[in-house]
Ligand binder design. Structure first.
Ligand code: 13P
Length: 262
């Protein structure tokens, strides 16, 4: 790790209900009460944002509230969509853009993801750009080309001055929900390649400030070794974020790694 403060996000995806989501939010906030070495955000489904927000606020938690997606238009006739301003109005501080499931299940393309990312930052939200290759693309040796395209197009027209509010999540599609975590070496190679690209786009200073986090089957027993890699600045957690104890353990591993105590 580096002097970048690690970030760990819990992407609950389309899981939980009002009761289990509330229990989960309480478990996460209580477990992280005295942990200041990592920035943590949870990303509940839209209907539970306000409930989770109340829990975080009532407990004076530093855990941040995130949303899993948004639409780039401000308002209007876009049935089923949610704007950045609406998210802000509900206390949301960060949003995921271009998650693998949005790309591969809902068919979102880089250009749309770029519009969402720009709109998120303009609305005052922090944004997490998710990128990553499929197994087919990896086996064809196209991993760098794919992630470079996703980063370049995703960040088009976004100035380096917004780097602090931007996180890139490298989530290889073949590792998401499969139990197959990338090796620490694979993760480091992909992250270094993305940081190199950021350097060519924005210069060294900005490239050194953007956090690049890893996602894909992170568990408490695998996260420590991945977080120890120099270009891995934390993680985006799916399945394991639904268990408060596992998620808290992963967050603490990121903090310990940044302190150099693992
Ligand atoms: P899993 O941790 O369940 O593999 O999901 C990763 C992910 O998609 C986080 O956004």
């Amino acid at each position: 790790m580096s002097d970048r403060k690690p970030f760990v996000g819990g992407n609950w995806k389309m899981n939980t209900n009002r009761s289990t989501g509330s229990d989960l939010a309480r478990g996460v906030t209580d477990g992280l009460l005295h942990e200041g070495g990592v920035e943590v955000a949870v990303f509940p489904p839209f209907p539970y944002l306000l409930t989770v927000r109340s829990i975080l606020r009532d407990r004076g938690s530093s855990v941040r509230l995130g949303a899993q997606d948004m639409y780039h238009q401000g308002d209007g006739a876009y049935t089923g969509e949610v704007s950045g301003a609406m998210l802000r109005d509900c206390g949301v501080q960060a949003v995921l853009c271009g998650h693998s499931e949005r790309r591969h299940v809902m068919g979102e393309k880089d250009e749309l993801i770029n519009k969402k990312l720009r709109a998120a930052l303009e609305a005052g939200l922090d944004a997490v750009l998710c990128v990553g290759e499929t197994l087919e693309e990896r086996e064809a040796g196209h991993q760098d080309i794919i992630t470079s395209r996703q980063v370049r197009t995703g960040l088009a027209e976004i100035p380096g001055s917004l780097a602090e509010r931007l996180i890139i999540a490298y989530e290889p599609v073949w590792a998401i929900g499969t139990g197959k975590t990338a090796t620490p070496e694979d993760a480091q190679a992909a992250h270094a390649q993305i940081r190199g690209l950021l350097e060519r786009m924005y210069g060294k200073d900005v490239a050194n400030r953007v956090r690049i986090v890893y996602g894909g089957s992170l568990k408490p027993d695998t996260a420590g070794a991945i977080f120890a890699e120099p270009d891995v600045d934390g993680g985006l957690v799916g399945g394991a974020s639904l268990n408060a104890a596992d998620f808290v353990a992963i967050c603490k591993l990121a903090a310990a790694s940044a302190r150099g105590s693992v």
